[in-house]
Every structure is written in structure tokens, then in C-alpha cells.
Design a protein around this ligand. Structure first.
Ligand code: PRX
Length: 640
């Protein structure tokens, strides 16, 4: 690599092209996005780009008169040029488990499942739930849904039966794909048993007609006759060709549930046209995609990152994707480095939590691996500290790879702020610069735009193609959640600082969402689950800084009867209501919570007290009971 450009790999040519795109997207957005859309295959080309409007009732509409199919864009259009190119490389967590599917083979597998789903009566516009670990069938299922115009709803394997039931009911899913069980290191996750339980919990409101069970392990599970089918057996009867449904650009491609500061998880609805344009554009631009790349995004497919950068972005661009089933350091440290070396991974996109965990291992672990196939490294989901950034760059990238920190959200569909690889010089720790067409801005608490260098609420002044269109069956909530804090703007829920030259530094959520290892957890969900424990009158969940996880979850609980309280009951309530991944780090038992006179819990105080950050607690005179603060401080100290 040339000395002149340091180790970031920024070249004048790519930097220039990128600069031109930013200018063009700002000056002529309609023409720019119609041009980007031409990179996809359409049944009917759109004649206009955005008809979006953040005022009034809020409309997010991209390429409205275009028609296309997402699975054709990920598969069929590559068949004439590269049928034998590996589309998907899968490795299981056990030694020797590996499968390579060419575009031709992936296409056939997707078509068989699409035919099966049609035969089972799944119709265009109906929801199909996908509850699978990281096996090829997860990707196949998403594309098969897209093929027949069914809306996929991918559900995290860590959700409790209760959490799954809630999402099955809300989406009205008619079919569920699950595994008999899943492997997670030494553990087995009883996927089918949990789905059975979830469907029972849905009761009368269940719309599930069939459950397709993928045999991931050799575990035998009970099958309900007439409802449950063995996936392998059922797809083997189907033809490997299946005509793709022609979809409007505005038809939903998928719903994805995410947590907010209030209420139950919301199903964000992503469009077919705008989302696909955004997935393909951002994948190519942010990761400087090359046809020879082997792209490994380590996210689970149940997260938006898995949707956009395991599946839709790289496949739309004809890339090769790596799907690995297992944990980073199981059965031994350095497992993921071996996956990179064995498969010639060029682009490795992961989370800062993974980087921090790897930093703690003996340095011989990473140094004993070649990792020379790597070209680009990326992180997402939480801030990466400059220290972790440098370690990633120096030890994993061996000083030779571009490192991209990417800021975005479930709602944004794809990357929004980053230092695009080889185009923008990164600043370790900064999310960096908005992508072409991203109208990022900062507003102060009064809704006034911050100009130049400053800090404020991170908002978008205009729509972009990847923006979620609405919340499933609740447009009023969509408008209320994202467009009322800062009128006429999309409000991200994050705060940010901007330097004079436009680089953004994300300062974190300004609402009551906690980010544990990149998992977005709504404190209201935790508190609702705890409310089912009758020993507890009230609780408050807050996030505190955590060395490994970024943030840790802490709860304060007020027992109904002093001295009568079982922490295990709180943990099991959270485990049951939300999932084991959301069980708090620490529970503090307190007499009361700090509240304003109007009864609102002052979480800012709880966050500071839990983090032992007792400087500047602020004006306590507005509290209904100011004495509670010293009691809380003492309780935290005592119960450490
Ligand atoms: O607070 C921001 C944080 O994660 C939130 C979005 O979470 P989710 O919808 O689950 O999507 C995660 C993957 C796209 C954001 O509101 N976040 C995401 N990326 C970053 C980040 N915080 C700092 N730096 C990032 N790169």
C-alpha cells in the first residue's frame, strides 16, 4: 500500500468518485436515485424516485410505480453471468461441516421452498415467521418468501416463547420455519419446543397453519400431525423452478421487530424497491465491493444487519456470502479467524463487542493466524472506542485493511453514517460522514437546527430509499415515535456531536433504550416483564457502561413487602417475558424510585447512581422525595 495514503487505503480516484456522488445526490436527488435503481432488475422501471413527506401524516414512498422481485434480483439475474460462482459458503460449528452453494444451486433451493410454501397455501402479502439459527435454510427461507411475495418476519432464537407469541400474533404469521433444535457451543437450544409453546400462547389469535421443521441437529422432536412438516422431506418433492411474483416497489419485503423506549416491540415495515436499492447501493459503496470478495457479516439473520449485509446487499451485487453457525471462540479461541483463513474472507463485518472480546484473549491467538485474505473490516451496532478500532486495524487487519465503523438502525435499512472504505479517511471512534443522499442534521432540544460544530439530537431532514415505511398496522405510532420530537424530521433516538468539518460522533441513545452487546433492549419491555412478579411493586431498568458489552442492564426494584423478595423470580420473569439475553446484570432492591412530583421516574439519576457516577447529580429539589437519592446511593454501595 502506498505510503502517501497511509494505511486507510483511501485513493484519490475513489475519494473523487465518492465526493461526486455526494454532490450529485444532494443536487439532483431524483436523477441520482433513479440512476442507482437502474442497477437492479425491474419488471417495470420506476419513473420517479421519492414521494416522501415528513410533515402531516408522514409518507415514505420510493420508486412507487416500479415493479420488481427481490429474490430475482439476488439470484436469477446472476444465473446468466455466473451460475457456478459460490453464492453462499456455510460452515457449521462442528469440524468439517461445510457446504458451498453456487448461484444455480441456491436458486434451485429457494425455488423448491417457494413452491412448497405456495402449495401450503401461503399467499402474497401474508407473513411467514423464520426462527432458525445460522444455517443456509435461513437465507433460503427469506429469499423464498420474497419470491412469492410473502412478508418475512425473522425472529431471534433467543426470544422466549412469550416474546415469540407476541410477534406471531402481531404479524399474523401463517407459516413458521423453525429448527428441531439449534447448536450453541455445547448447548442445544430447543427451537421447536419453544415455537410449540409460543403457538399455544397465541391461543385463538394464532394464524399459524403450518410449521416447517429444519433438521439442524439429530434431535427428535414431536410433530403435530397436519400442522408440522419435515422441511427436508417436504422440499425434496418440489420443482427447482418457481416463477417470481411481480411486486410493487411499495409492497412490504419484510417486517422486523425492534424495541423502543415505550410499549411493546414494533414491527418496522421495509419496502421491496427502496430497501433493495439501499441494500445494494450501501453494500457496494461502504464496503468498496469487488466481484472477487467473500463477504462475511457475522450478524444473526434475525437482526437488520443480517438482513441487509448477510443476505440482500451482497447477493443483489452478485457477491459470495459467508454464513457461519458458531460462536467466535468455541470450541477454542480464534475459531472465527480460522473461518476467515479457511474461506478466504475478504470483508469481515462484525460488532465492537466481538472485537473487545478478542482483545482480551492472548495475543498469540490472533497473531498465529494469517488473515491475509482480509481487505476491509467493519463494525456496527455500538460505538467502537479508538483503542478497539486500532487493535482491529493493527491485529486483525495487520495494518493493511480499511476499517469502517458504520452507524445505522433497524429503521434505516442500511448504513447511514460511515467512512466509506477507501473513499473517506476514518477517524477512530467517529461514525464519520453521512452517505450520499443522507440528510443528517442535529437539532437542539427546542427543535432548532445546530449549525457547524456542535451537539444535538441526530435527525434526518429527508427520506432515503432504505427508510422503513411504517410500523406494521400502526402508522400513528410510527408518526408519533419518529416524527414528533423534531417536527418535519426523522428522529433517530440517538444524540451526536459534529465537528466543524462534518464528521459525526455518536454519543448514544437519548431515550430509554439500552444497547447490550449491540442488542437493542427497551427498558419498558423489561419493566413490563418484571411487573408479572407479584413480589415487586415497581421497577426501573437502566443501562450502565460495561467493559465488554458496551452497556450492561441494571434494574432497581421496589418490593411489595420489605424483606420479601427473590431476585431469581425477577430473573425468571425477564427470561420468560423477553428472553434470557435480557436478564439483568444486577438487581438493586430499594424502598422507592426517584420521581418527579408528577410521578415520572428520573432515570438519569438512576443511571448515574448505578454507574457510581455521583458528580453533578443535578437539581434534586424537583423530586417528590429528595431524600431517596442518598438512600439509593447507599443501597447500591451496600448491595454491590
Ligand atoms: O444507538 C445506535 C446504535 O444502535 C442503535 C440501532 O440499533 P438497531 O436498530 O438494533 O440496529 C443495529 C444495527 C444497525 C442506534 O440507534 N448504533 C448502531 N450502530 C452504531 C451505534 N452506535 C454507535 N456507533 C455505531 N456505529
Amino acid at each position: 500500500m502506498s505510503e502517501a495514503f497511509g494505511t486507510t487505503g483511501v485513493t484519490p480516484q475513489r475519494a473523487g468518485q465518492y465526493h461526486d456522488m455526494v454532490q450529485e445526490a444532494a443536487a439532483h436527488p431524483e436523477a441520482f436515485w433513479l440512476q442507482q435503481a437502474r442497477g437492479l432488475t425491474w419488471h417495470k422501471q420506476p419513473t420517479h424516485a421519492s414521494r416522501s413527506d415528513f410533515s402531516g401524516d408522514v409518507t415514505v414512498e420510493w420508486f412507487a410505480d416500479g415493479r420488481l422481485n427481490a429474490s430475482e434480483n439476488c439470484l436469477d439475474r446472476h444465473l446468466s453471468t455466473q451460475p457456478d460462482k459460490p453464492a453462499l459458503i456455510w460452515e457449521g460449528q462442528e469440524d468439517g461441516q461445510r457446504e458451498v452453494l453456487t448461484y444455480q444451486q441456491l436458486h434451485a433451493r429457494v425455488c423448491r421452498l417457494a413452491n412448497l410454501m405456495r402449495r401450503l397455501g401461503v399467499k402474497k402479502g401474508e407473513c411467514v415467521a423464520i426462527h432458525l439459527p445460522m444455517v443456509a435454510e435461513g437465507v433460503i427461507a427469506m429469499l423464498a418468501c420474497a419470491r412469492i411475495g410473502a412478508i418475512h418476519v425473522v425472529l431471534f432464537g433467543g426470544f422466549s416463547a412469550e416474546g415469540l407469541a407476541e410477534r406471531l400474533t402481531d404479524s399474523g404469521a401463517v407459516l413458521v420455519l423453525t429448527a428441531n433444535s439449534a447448536r450453541r457451543g455445547e448447548k442445544r437450544i430447543p427451537s421447536k419446543v419453544t415455537i410449540d409453546d409460543a403457538i399455544v400462547r397465541c391461543g385463538q389469535s394464532s394464524c399459524v397453519k403450518h410449521v416447517l421443521v429444519v433438521p439442524v441437529t439429530d434431535d427428535v422432536v414431536s410433530m403435530q400431525s397436519g400442522r408440522d412438516l419435515d422441511y427436508a422431506e417436504a422440499v425434496s418433492q418440489e420443482a427447482p423452478e418457481c416463477p417470481a411474483e411481480s411486486m410493487s416497489a411499495l409492497d412490504p419485503l419484510f417486517l422486523l421487530y425492534t424495541s423502543g423506549s415505550t410499549g411493546r416491540p414494533k414491527g418496522l415495515v421495509h419496502s421491496t424497491g427502496g430497501y433493495m436499492v439501499w441494500a445494494a447501493f450501501t453494500h457496494a459503496t461502504v464496503f468498496d465491493h469487488k466481484p472477487t470478495d467473500v463477504f462475511w457479516c457475522t450478524a444473526d439473520i434475525s437482526w437488520i444487519t443480517g438482513h441487509t449485509y448477510v443476505v440482500y446487499g451482497p447477493l443483489a451485487n452478485g457477491g459470495t456470502i459467508m454464513v457461519y453457525e458458531g460462536l467466535p471462540s468455541w470450541p477454542q479461541p480464534g475459531r472465527w479467524w480460522d473461518v476467515i483463513d479457511r474461506n478466504g474472507v475478504t470483508t469481515f463485518y462484525t460488532s465492537p463487542t466481538v472485537v473487545r472480546a478478542a482483545m482480551r484473549e492472548d495475543e498469540a491467538v490472533v497473531r498465529s493466524r494469517s488473515l491475509k485474505s482480509l481487505r476491509i473490516l467493519g463494525t456496527v451496532g455500538e460505538p467502537i472506542s479508538p483503542e478497539a478500532w486500532h487493535w482491529f486495524h493493527d491485529e486483525v487487519g495487520k495494518g493493511q485493511c480499511a476499517v469502517v465503523d458504520t452507524w445505522w438502525q433497524t429503521e434505516t435499512g442500511g448504513v447511514m453514517i460511515t467512512a466509506a472504505a477507501n473513499a473517506i479517511t476514518p477517524r477512530p471512534g467517529a461514525a464519520s460522514l453521512p452517505l450520499p443522499g443522507v440528510a443528517a442534521t442535529l437539532l437542539d432540544a427546542q427543535g432548532v437546527e445546530v449549525t457547524g460544530a456542535g451537539e444535538g439530537l441526530l435527525c434526518m431532514a429527508q427520506s432515503w430509499p432504505g427508510q422503513a415505511m411504517t410500523i406494521w398496522q400502526d402508522h400513528a405510532r410510527y408518526r408519533q415515535t419518529y416524527f414528533t420530537t423534531c417536527p418535519n424530521h426523522y428522529f433517530t433516538g440517538d444524540g451526536a456531536r459534529r465537528e466543524a468539518d462534518g464528521y459525526y460522533w455518536i454519543t448514544g441513545r437519548v431515550d430509554d433504550v439500552v444497547n447490550v452487546s449491540g442488542h437493542r433492549i427497551g427498558t419498558a419491555e423489561i419493566e413490563d416483564a418484571i411487573a408479572t412478579d407479584h413480589e415487586v411493586v415497581e421497577s426501573a431498568a437502566v443501562g450502565i457502561p460495561h467493559d465488554l458489552k458496551g452497556q450492561g442492564l441494571v434494574v432497581f426494584v421496589v418490593p411489595r413487602e420489605a424483606g420479601v423478595f427473590h431476585p431469581s423470580a425477577v430473573n425468571s420473569a425477564v427470561s420468560k417475558g423477553v428472553g434470557r439475553y435480557a436478564v439483568p446484570e444486577k438487581i438493586y432492591v430499594v424502598r422507592d424510585l426517584p420521581k418527579t412530583r408528577s410521578g415520572k421516574i428520573v432515570r438519569r439519576l438512576l443511571r448515574k447512581i448505578a454507574a457510581h457516577d455521583l458528580e453533578g447529580l443535578g437539581d434534586l429539589s424537583t423530586l417528590a422525595d429528595p431524600d431517596i437519592v442518598s438512600e439509593l446511593i447507599a443501597a447500591v454501595k451496600e448491595q454491590q
